[in-house]
Design a binder for this molecule. Structure first.
Ligand SMILES: [Zn+2]
Ligand SMILES: [Zn+2]
Length: 279
């Protein structure tokens, strides 16, 4: 087990200066984000099936077998359901294990079957390097063992991803500073959740400080605290039962309206993948 910050080297030659980002899936039924430079290809979470992952990567001209590493945010199935099959696939295709990064406390909760990949562990809050990417992790308030969000930097571009959090602690405002691309959760509309189909205990869990961010709370953050550097704001992890992309879009635009920012807003809709954002 490693607890210090460390560097994971990716052996691949290339000369690229473009950072690409694609949200392959984002909702309460599956999450995966792709980030790449010319030389390094990462996934943050693998919460959809291996075939679907391959299909969505192929749609943007990428090959699942070329993924260098997966960063895990937490052990909930909508974030790791496709991870074991992906590890098996990568080992079969290239005779070398997939690198999976997870916190020391989350790693024991990942299930592998017969093909255990190269799991690199770190303490939440720690930073490390994978190929071209400098990565920092930060703790988020959610009802998992040791949930984290990530900031990822390459070629002068900083990307921050934080979904699955019950509220936005002050510490996150610091992590989100100087971010070019921010992906933030906008999970539910409070009224839809209140009158929706979930049992009361689940509604309480979603609304709790270790649950998920509502459209209202996310909009308030945008209105008051969004860093002026953010050029692309992606709102994601929408609940399929308690939200609608149009509500998220409206709340997001209304919140941005009060700010004199040049920020493009994108809502990651359940069941679809985003366009590729290139920098
Ligand atoms: Zn989730
Ligand atoms: Zn979760």
């Amino acid at each position: 087990m490693k607890s210090n910050c460390f560097c994971y080297k990716v052996e691949r030659k290339g000369r690229g200066f473009i950072v690409k980002i694609c949200i392959l899936a984002s909702s309460s039924s599956g999450n995966a984000a792709f980030l790449s430079t010319e030389r390094t290809r990462l996934l943050i979470d693998a919460g959809i099936g291996r075939r679907e992952l391959a299909k969505r990567l192929a749609a943007i001209g990428e090959d699942l077998a070329q993924i260098d590493a997966v960063l895990v945010t937490h052990e909930h199935s909508d974030h790791v359901a496709g991870l074991a099959a992906l590890a098996r696939f990568c080992f079969a295709r290239r005779a070398r294990h997939l690198a999976v990064f997870a916190t020391e406390r989350t790693a024991p909760y990942l299930e592998w079957g017969e093909c255990v990949p190269a799991v690199e562990t770190f303490q939440a809050g720690c930073g490390f390097t994978i190929g071209d990417f400098d990565i920092s992790s930060f703790t988020i308030p959610h009802d998992a063992v040791d949930p984290v969000g990530y900031t990822v930097r390459a070629e002068g571009i900083k990307v921050a991803i934080a979904t699955d959090l019950g509220y936005i602690p002050d510490s996150l405002r610091v992590h989100f500073r100087d971010t070019d691309v921010l992906m933030l959760e906008s999970n539910h509309d409070l009224e839809m959740l209140r009158v929706g189909p979930y049992p009361w205990s689940v509604k309480q869990r979603v609304m709790s400080r270790r649950g998920h961010l509502s459209n209202e709370v996310t909009a308030e953050f945008i209105r008051n605290d969004l860093d002026s550097r953010v050029s692309t704001l992606i709102l994601g992890h929408l609940s399929e039962h308690n939200n609608h992309p149009e509500l998220v879009r409206r709340a997001g635009y209304d919140a941005l309206d009060g700010r004199a920012l040049f920020t493009q807003l994108f809502v990651a809709e359940p069941g679809t993948q985003s366009p590729v954002f290139s920098y």
